[in-house]
Write a protein that binds this ligand. Sequence first.
Ligand SMILES: C[S@@+](CC[C@H](N)C(=O)[O-])C[C@H]1O[C@@H](n2cnc3c(N)ncnc32)[C@H](O)[C@@H]1O
Length: 188
Amino acid sequence: MHALGVFLLFLQVALVLLAASYLYYDWKLGAASVPSSPAAGRAVAELVPPEASCVVDLGSGWGGMAIKVARARPQTKVIGIEYALPPYAFSRLRQLFNPSLKNLSFLRTDLFKYPLAPVSAVICYMPPEMMERLAPKLAGELRPGAIIISNSAGLPGQTPEKTVDVPALLLAEKIFIYRIGHDQTHRL
Ligand SMILES: C[S@@+](CC[C@H](N)C(=O)[O-])C[C@H]1O[C@@H](n2cnc3c(N)ncnc32)[C@H](O)[C@@H]1O
């Protein structure tokens, strides 16, 4: 077979495998690896308090959001948690190409098993159903004063401390910011 033919066949197989794994993880996890828009990513990064010691991107996808935060907040430890293999592998590759970001790491694990107690800020971009599932974990594990910065979907039944509109040519986005309270009965 001609070398170009072999290459095209390889490309087709790789694309089919990528599409299949994308659908599989979307079905298994309930959230597709759709990245935040660059404008939303920049807005989220700006909202992370400069004094935050540790920020976790819950469901870091292809790594773009975590990388933006790590660049904007060099003193902050930024951890991207992602379970789906293709985006996780891609974000590790991006990390290799950004060796100056010593404060950035990616972990392949289920975000529901990741302990949030030492975390000062959580960032996420999840569908509303996932925010509903995440709410008890955030309220139960994050320490008082910790913040949650969520792109597009709010926490059901909770009033955000503030919201930020991200203008866009087609679809404007909204970012929701919550803070964990000190009162154990009303922690959010
Ligand atoms: C919409 S993407 C957001 C990507 C990134 N945070 C951003 O803003 O660009 C949500 C990601 O969460 C991941 N995810 C969903 N459930 C997960 C779980 N239980 N554990 C780890 N990652 C999960 C999905 O695989 C997907 O890549």
